[in-house]
Design a protein around this ligand. Structure first.
Ligand SMILES: C[C@H](O)[C@H](O)[C@H]1CNC2=NC(N)=NC(=O)C2=N1
Length: 100
């Protein structure tokens, strides 16, 4: 099982992934992506879902029209691990290919 990052390691990792912040009240990270329209938002989710499934690491997320709210946490470990950081980076890379 992946190990939870220390608060310090989490903070440092977040510094390298623009837009991601700590979720208040739980050991998780989050980002709200805003795209041009629903098509772009859902395209992002489709691409991200394929990566998540390949990683066997799955997001908590909510889509309303062109906005996708994402929360990442490693449920098996009860907090943020390197898997969440990897998926967050992958999502940022995918979002760059999905113009908002
Ligand atoms: C059995 C399977 O590998 C686990 O349940 C995986 C699936 N996807 C997961 N996703 C997330 N975000 N956290 C997990 O702990 C997790 N565990």
């Amino acid at each position: 099982m992946a190990e939870r990052l220390t608060a310090e390691a989490r903070k440092q990792a977040l510094g390298g992934i623009p837009g991601w912040t700590e979720v208040q009240g739980r050991d998780a990270i989050g980002k709200t992506f805003v795209f041009k329209d629903f098509n772009e938002a859902f395209g992002f989710m489709t691409r991200a879902a394929l990566v998540a499934e390949k990683m066997d690491h799955h997001p908590e997320w909510r889509n309303v029209y062109k906005t996708v709210e994402v929360v990442l946490s490693t449920h098996d470990s009860g907090g943020v691990t390197k898997l969440d950081i990897e998926l967050a980076k992958a999502m940022n890379a995918i979002a760059r290919l999905t113009p908002g």
